[in-house]
Design a protein around this ligand. Structure first.
Ligand code: MP5
Length: 545
């Protein structure tokens, strides 16, 4: 890989090493794939607690958190999936087609072990189109993962430069950093310089699937004038990106010419970048969108690489006032039509959703998406539950994300504190990811996901037993948890003390509660002894036997 021009500094440093209090571990699983036995190594973040108990956590961070791994960004990550069999069946070589033919692919076995579910569930959900496995044949470095409502709720982190700021090195580090903290996917939304090179560095080094919005690069090729876009130019851009290994692509094919006037009276008009580009093209040419009229050709291209469609919501509401309006739902209905066409070509599909929606209008979005789009996985941007907190939109949106996740949304696209204000930096990326891990996990709990509560229970037990190190290690962000504790009680003995500086030793409810239990246990012990004494006839001296 080569980096050109002055903006591209050498890409040589990313964050490596295990997360504080954890070690990288691999669970080995023997599976049968294409008639051959294969050993899969399922990555986990292993927490060895001070009481000897082990807790393994789903791990998205790739080899970067493995002390034994040698990281060479120039060479890229090992091509994990290159040797896996791609069964020969009629039709395209896509996870959807294999699943429909009754085949459990190696990717599906990997996912089943990772999620702790039966491989048949993975196959059946993919076959039904209720789950997708974004896995371009040309991105063999990625560790397979699944997006679907029967599985753990996933999160996506958007990265990428803009014409105003950032370099390739910064964007590669953001990718590594986002996956370190739990991003299941990343999207490279670069719109500035070196789009192709930036994506190449990201793809070759990304352990998670990578999504893009190809219309952004197409627009760069016509110097930012949407009216100059053509189907041919767009198609070539899609092929260029599919060849590189992009796992899913946002395509705003539901922005139809006749829907554009529906946005005229909105408070915030069209807020999707892709949506506004396509609306501008349709109006200028007074023609139907080429993404819509050439959709079947697009399906054939995506099928060849097993690129997943992420049908974009170009007319998503960008304010509370515009939520659930006619424009939004007209587009959603069209996305349902396109879902059927994509699936008939054997192409996997997910559907993108809002945006800005007040809490009482959130669930309706999931209901209509499921009804119109054959329960294709829903992938939403938040939604922000209020518009009034710029600089805190990771919170306004995590509220909406938790609700929409519980209602059945399969993947939540993060929002960082910089939303509406500027390009997120590395710190913003971490805050966005952690906020969304909270929303996704809260949704898993709310959905009764079988494994979700185990981590809450382990952390609460550590908290109640004043095992501070274990409490930090089990948390989503051990570094921050520990540094907050260190602010007032940095000394090592404080890490087993039965209080913290919030209440001090005399007012610690957990300590008092533990004392009550101890006293009760002593009393119970005394009662037991007294019963035993009575049972033996209240004799002070027992006969020697
Ligand atoms: C985009 C986004 C970019 N922000 N989030 C997701 C999940 N997909 C795509 O979208 P747009 O619509 O071009 O602003």
């Amino acid at each position: 890989m080569t980096a050109t021009d002055e903006q591209a500094q050498p890409v040589n440093t990313v964050t490596t090493g295990p997360i504080q209090g954890s070690v990288k571990h691999y669970q080995e699983v023997r599976v049968e794939s294409g008639g051959e036995p294969v050993t899969l190594r399922i990555p986990v973040r292993r927490i060895v607690q001070t009481n000897g108990e082990i807790f393994d956590v789903y791990d998205t961070s790739g080899p970067y958190t493995d002390d034994a791994a040698v990281i060479d960004l120039e060479a890229g990550l090992p091509r994990l999936r290159d040797t896996w069999t791609k069964p020969d069946v009629p039709g395209p070589r896509t996870q959807l087609n294999w699943a429909r033919q009754g085949i459990v692919t190696t990717e599906m076995h990997f996912i089943a072990a990772r999620e702790g579910v039966d491989p048949e569930l993975v196959r059946a959900e993919v076959a039904a189109g209720r789950a997708v496995i974004p896995a371009n044949h040309n991105h063999p470095e990625s560790e397979p993962m699944i997006i679907g409502k029967k599985f753990a709720v996933k999160i996506n982190a958007n990265i990428g430069n803009s014409a105003v700021t950032s370099s390739i090195a910064e964007e590669v580090e953001k990718m590594v950093w986002a996956t370190r903290w739990g991003a299941d996917n990343i999207m490279d939304l670069s719109t500035g310089k070196n789009i192709h090179e930036t994506r190449e560095w990201i793809l070759r080094n990304s352990p998670v699937p990578v999504g893009t919005v190809p219309i952004y690069q197409a627009l760069e090729k016509v110097n930012g004038d949407p009216t100059k876009l053509t189907w041919e130019l767009y198609r070539d851009t899609v092929i260029e990106q599919a060849e590189q290994g992009v796992d899913y692509m946002t395509v705003h094919a539901g922005v139809l010419l006749r829907y554009v006037p529906l946005t005229a009276k909105r408070v915030t008009g069209i807020v999707s970048r892709g949506g506004s580009i396509m609306a501008a093209w349709c109006l200028a040419h007074h023609q139907e969108s080429f993404l819509y009229t050439h959709f079947e050709e697009l399906c054939e291209i995506l099928a060849k690489y097993d690129v997943t469609f992420s049908l974009g919501d170009g007319l998503r509401p960008g304010s509370i006032a515009d939520a659930n309006d006619e424009a939004q739902f007209a587009e959603l209905k069209t996305l349902g039509e396109l879902t059927k066409i994509a699936k008939s070509h054997g192409v996997q599909v997910m559907i993108e959703g809002p945006g800005h929606v007040p809490m009482h209008k959130i669930v309706e979005n999931v209901r209509l998406e499921e009804e119109w789009c054959e329960e294709a996985p829903f992938y939403t941007l938040g939604p922000l539950a209020t518009d009034i907190a710029p600089a805190y939109d990771h919170i306004t949106s995590a509220i909406g994300a938790a609700i929409i996740g519980q209602a059945g949304t399969a993947m939540l696209c993060y929002v960082t504190p910089k939303e509406h204000l500027g390009l997120p930096n590395r710190d913003d990326v971490k805050v966005g990811v952690i906020s969304y891990k909270i929303a996704a996990h809260a949704a898993d709990l709310g959905k009764g996901h079988p494994r979700a509560q185990e981590r809450d229970d382990a952390l609460s037990k550590a908290r109640f037993e004043f095992r501070w190190h274990d409490q930090f290690a089990l948390s989503l962000d051990p570094d921050t948890a520990r540094s907050y504790h260190d602010e007032t009680l940095p000394a090592e003995p404080a890490k087993t003390a039965h209080f913290c500086s919030m209440c001090g030793p005399k007012f610690c409810s957990m300590r008092i509660s533990a004392d009550i239990r101890e006293a009760a246990a002593v009393q119970e012990g005394m009662a037991e002894k007294s019963a035993e004494f009575a049972e033996k006839g209240n004799q002070v001296y027992l006969p020697v036997v």
